[in-house]
Design a protein around this ligand. Structure first.
Ligand code: HDE
Length: 711
């Protein structure tokens, strides 16, 4: 981003606005006309029998306009309805030919275009970004061999093991069917009822109750393909592979209380953050990693590689970083791109293949099926956002909204009339062939015994968290279960926690006034239809490691402050140095400093320079920012009289954020957070450098241990 653009953004103006206006004018053309191309003379009044008379049916202009409007909406996604997306590129660091023949994973000189859509799972399209929830992380690679979709989440495991349970899971987590309450929240009876009867959900529930469920930004979350896939090389050899995205912005989260408040202040918090970061040139980046497992090692692990409720700790199989994705362009049109994007785990290219993970297998049916009703027919691959970069030649014809005009009389194969074209591609010509896995089995509705360990991984996860992460998880369980109205459900979950960690069960139980009790095995949801309990007892596998530090966000802190936001509280009379130097230096480090004042307009520095105010204390709040800085100056006394300014600082303190002041700015801190000026993360001699270091630390969670400042 150019310096003047950065500056303009910092000052609250949109550097792209002029460009957007010009673009809009070009795109719109000079005259308004109908969909049939007829110029419209009056776009204000319908055709009537007399000025005060009834409207006439013959008004084809009115009818066309209203009809189109009436059909503007398409059904939202049944899950992952709330999403935000961006375009970008994927660049490979090293050729992966030893493992896969996929072209985009072999040529380091190619920049593969991608389209990435992030989403929450439970909420409706217009729901808050701030829900405690899993986030979708779906990437469409437009490769020369066709589209490859990696449709993952921000957690490495899923709630259930078999596609058969997906509609049940989703019905349970969605708002209650009789009153459609609550929106975008899992803290309700039906979700926890389901969880309490389905122990296999526990691993994903633990990740969701951890800070991973309340990310600071879409830019600061990891992505995972979850299922085990296969890489296939030129020789046809297969390796198992798990996919990872590692954000170069670090992995950081919000405080739960903060999320609930942001939901009111800026319900588009994540969407806005992604949009603005890209818009002002602070392109988010993720490194792409793979965990590769030899076929002969398939049964080496204490969990089944086909079980999507298990992850492979990086301490057991390291993640090999092989490339980088950069998101560098916002969509031009939300509906045409973000809303109409159709991802599908079955969109594969040669060199990548499925495994028999029973959840993945079910997904392979669902994703096309759902687009048929959402996008209105079988031709959604022709929508610009879904189109592959190579031309499509096949004999499929017709269907709703067909855009391609296929010429000629031949739409079948084999044919002689069309010269045999399009013809099949041999393997060496890039034709996709499925991995020839040998299957010798009975047709059976049963789950493998190797899927019945539900508790060892949530225990590993919990034990690998830092003390503040564990505290957040305990509180999240207590919050969510506290919203459950049926005590028996709360009791079942607390008792299930006993299988994972006794202290955790007792802490959560205590907050709910319950005592965990030993569960009878198996838990109801696992009782098989044949009534034979013998092979269905769940067990807790022995893992070769006690801790996996890689799952703790402590191991993934940012080393930069790219697009992190600082609120600078100022009034007239602010010291020039404290204001401009601080702002310029942090801007140089790619952070965003916003000028916040009691009212809108301009602030005048001590030397008389004027700067536009970005937001007033009325229109924003400290929850929108990563840090607060109170600049030195004669105007600080004004701020002391502003209850909103005091609340701004106190609330930032409560949410464990860095707080800085220079010179007299300290007075506001003394009044807002009395007795806390020596607390970690409170910098009364703040400068750009020490504030940047505090921002990298992100939060000073130790403050939660002894809460003192009400906010
Ligand atoms: Fe999805 N999922 N899913 N899912 N999923 C959809 O497809 C489904 C699962 C995921 O930004 C739907 O186009 C079934 C796992 C993402 O457009 C639907 C099962 C993972 C997105 C669907 C799963 C995901 C979806 C809804 C179990 C992580 C959003 C609209 C068998 C690896 C993609 C749509 C976007 C969307 C079905 C399980 C991730 C209904 C049946 C596991 C990121 O087809």
């Amino acid at each position: 981003m150019k310096a003047n653009e950065k500056e303009a953004f910092q000052n609250g103006s949109d550097p792209k606005k002029e460009q957007l206006q010009k673009f809009t004018a070009d795109a719109q053309g000079e005259f308004i006309n109908t969909n049939q191309g007829v110029k419209i003379n009056d776009n204000q009044n319908s055709l009537k029998a007399g000025e005060r008379g009834p409207s006439l049916l013959e008004d084809f202009i009115l009818r066309e306009k209203i009809t189109h409007f009436d059909h503007e909406r398409i059904p939202e996604r049944i899950v992952h309805a709330r999403g935000s997306a961006a375009h970008g590129v994927f660049e490979l660091y090293e050729p992966m030919g030893e493992f896969t023949k996929a072209k985009f994973l072999n040529d380091t000189s190619v920049k593969t275009p991608v389209f990435v859509r992030f989403s929450t799972v439970q909420g409706a399209k217009g729901s808050t970004d701030m829900a405690r929830d899993v986030r979708g992380f779906a990437v469409k690679f437009y490769t020369p061999e066709g589209n490859y979709d990696l449709v993952g989440n921000n957690m490495p495991i899923f709630f259930i093991q078999d596609a058969m349970k997906f509609p049940d899971l989703v019905h349970a987590v969605k708002p209650h069917p009789h009153n459609e309450i609550p929106q975008a929240a899992s803290a309700h009876d039906t979700f926890w009822d389901f969880v309490s009867l389905m122990p296999e959900t526990m691993n994903n529930v633990f990740w969701t109750m951890s800070d991973r469920g309340i990310t600071r930004s879409l830019r600061t979350m990891e992505g995972f393909g979850i299922h085990t896939f296969r890489f296939i090389n030129e020789e046809g050899k297969s390796h198992f592979v798990k996919f990872h995205w590692k954000p170069m912005q670090g992995v950081i989260s919000l405080a739960w209380d903060e999320c609930q408040r942001i939901a009111g202040k800026d319900t588009d918090f994540h969407r806005r953050d992604l949009w603005e970061a890209i818009d002002c040139g602070q392109f988010p980046e993720w490194e792409f990693g793979v965990q590769i497992i030899l076929e002969e090692d398939e049964h080496k692990y204490p969990f089944d590689l086909l079980d999507p409720t298990k992850f492979i700790p990086e301490e057991m199989v390291p993640v090999r970083i092989i490339g980088k994705m950069t998101l560098n362009r916002n969509p031009d049109n939300f509906h045409a791109e973000t809303e109409q994007a159709a991802f599908h785990p079955g969109h594969l290219v040669p060199g990548i293949d499925f495994t028999n993970d029973p959840l993945l297998q079910g997904r392979l049916f669902s994703y096309t099926d759902t687009q048929l009703s959402r996008l209105g027919g079988p031709n959604f691959h022709e929508l610009p956002i879904n189109k592959s970069v190579n031309e499509v030649y096949n004999n499929q014809r017709g269907g709703m909204h067909r855009m391609q005009i296929n010429k000629g009389q031949v739409s079948y194969h084999p044919n002689s009339l069309g010269g045999g074209c399009p013809h099949q591609a041999m393997m060496r010509e890039g034709g996709f062939t499925s991995y020839e896995e040998r299957i010798d089995a009975s047709k059976i509705r049963k789950r493998s015994q190797s899927f019945f360990d539900h508790f060892s991984q949530p225990a590993l996860f919990y034990h690998s968290l830092s003390s503040h992460e564990q505290r957040h998880l305990q509180n999240a369980f207590a919050f969510e279960l506290g919203k459950v109205t049926v005590v028996a459900i709360r009791q079942r979950v607390v008792s299930m926690l006993l299988e994972i960690d006794e202290d955790l069960a007792n802490i959560v139980g205590d907050k709910l006034g319950l005592k965990p009790a030993k569960l009878q095995q198996p838990i109801t949801g696992s009782i098989p239809a044949d009534g034979n309990l013998e092979d269905h007892h769940s067990f807790k596998a022995e893992l070769p490691i006690d801790k996996a530090p890689s799952v703790s966000q402590e191991s993934r802190k940012p080393d930069n402050i790219k697009f992190r936001k600082i609120a600078m509280l100022v009034t007239d009379g602010v010291s020039d140095e404290a204001f401009t130097k601080f702002k310029a230096e942090l801007t140089e480090m790619d952070a965003v400093v916003k000028i916040i004042a009691p009212k809108h307009g301009y602030v005048k520095t001590a030397s008389g320079d004027e700067y536009p105010v970005c937001e007033s204390l009325m229109t924003t709040a400290s929850v929108i920012f990563d840090a607060v800085y109170v600049a030195d100056g004669s105007g600080v006394d004004e701020l002391l009289k502003e209850p909103d300014a005091l609340h701004f600082v106190a609330e930032a303190f409560k949410h464990c954020k860095p707080i800085g002041s220079s010179g007299d700015g300290k007075k506001l801190l003394e009044k807002a957070i009395p007795g806390q000026l020596k607390t970690e993360g409170v910098l009364t001699n703040a400068n750009a450098k020490n504030l940047a270091e505090a921002l990298k630390e992100h939060r000073f969670w130790a403050r939660e241990e002894n809460p003192t400042v009400p906010a």
